[in-house]
Design a protein around this ligand. Structure first.
Ligand code: AHG
Ligand code: MN
Ligand code: MN
Ligand code: MN
Length: 334
């Protein structure tokens, strides 16, 4: 009889890693896990309930919101409000921070940045989507939390994770002491440890990029794509091209198999498309903790000093040797 370790048990077991924390971070992760199960329930029956399609509204990004974008956003914010451990939420779906003022949250010390539903374009076609979250501690206990406390470098995260709603629902997270993956067992309604101590292979043969933007990529990226496509037995090229269109799904695959995900600058997104605070930083924290690398082509993602809540950045993330190779091409071409 194999022993099952649930997410809740694991969090409590790992509690000892945080002498300063008195269970608050554990409770916060538990609250996120509960919201993830609720969202998964809707994702799983999306075709049968009125949760597909457009919501008829536009978010701060100028994106048409999907019903599931709004539903997921509501569920995670509600869980964070009622959990009492979070004092402010920065969500992809809201222009400004959501400050939580309630009796239960009056001493809350955690800041959460969240992409409630990642890969929205895939919702209506039954392709994997995800949720991404990033957790910081307040930088002061003086007075109400301020925006500048939210705009911390990624290296200051105390925890980060994602949920991938795919062939199974998985929650993968780190608190800075390695990466662990949990698979939802619907028969008991619990996320159970299935991928302990996840390590991304140092090298890989999968590259993941929207080649539709090729013509507008920086020259170094174009050179790297051509490098991936050239026959070479020693380096097992040509590499395999895989692109889901949900960042979480593409990075989750590379975390397990090895590979690189690239979202460079493009004509429609001259600063890159993906958002630093709730897509790039949390995924960079996870991939680095699993032994990989994440840069904007020149600098470590986790070292970028955020200037605004929804700022975007180019990102090259995955197996260290693959990220270093594309950095080499970018350097050579500049
Ligand atoms: P979101 O659905 O949260 O807005 O994120 C979508 C992102 C990311 O998940 C994915 O990697 C990328 O957009 C795909 O962009 P393209 O369709 O431009 O390739
Ligand atoms: Mn979006
Ligand atoms: Mn996203
Ligand atoms: Mn999103």
């Amino acid at each position: 009889m194999t022993t099952v370790t649930t997410l809740g048990q694991f969090i409590i077991e790992k509690q000892a890693d945080f002498p300063y924390a008195k269970g608050e971070l554990s409770r916060l992760l538990r609250d996120i896990g509960i919201a993830a199960k609720i969202v998964n329930r809707e994702v799983n029956k999306a075709g049968l309930v009125d949760i597909l399609g457009d919501n008829g509204t536009t978010n701060i990004q100028g994106e048409g919101q999907k019903k599931l974008d709004v539903y997921a956003d509501e569920q995670f914010i509600s869980a964070l409000r009622s959990g009492g451990e979070c004092c402010v939420v920065a969500s992809e779906e809201h222009g400004d921070c959501i400050f939580i003022h309630s009796e239960i949250s009056k001493n809350a010390k955690y800041i959460v940045c969240i992409d409630p539903l990642d890969g929205s374009s895939n919702i209506d076609v039954n392709v994997s989507v995800g949720t991404i979250f990033s957790i910081y501690r307040r930088t002061t206990t003086e007075g109400p939390v301020q925006l500048k406390e939210v705009l911390q470098q990624g290296v200051c995260q105390v925890a980060a994770g994602y949920v991938v709603y795919g062939s199974s629902a998985m929650l993968v997270y780190t608190t800075g002491k390695g990466v662990n993956g949990f698979t939802l067992d619907p028969s008991i309604g619990e996320f159970c440890l299935s991928h302990p101590n996840m390590q991304i292979p140092r090298n890989g043969v999968i590259y993941s990029i929207n080649e539709g933007n090729y013509i507008k990529f920086p020259q170094g990226v174009k050179d790297y794509i051509k490098y991936c496509q050239v026959e070479d037995q020693i380096t097992q090229r040509p590499f395999i091209s895989r692109y889901v269109g949900s960042m979480v799904a593409d990075i989750h695959r590379n975390l397990i198999k090895g590979g690189i995900f690239l979202y460079p600058t493009t004509s429609s997104h001259p600063k890159g498309k993906l958002r630093l605070m709730y897509e790039c930083n949390p995924l960079a924290f996870i991939v680095e903790q699993a032994g990989g690398k994440a840069t904007d082509g020149y600098c470590r993602i986790l070292g970028i000093q955020p200037e605004s809540l929804h700022q975007r950045t180019p990102i090259f993330i995955g197996s260290t040797e693959m990220v270093e190779k594309v950095e080499e091409f970018i350097r050579l071409s500049s």
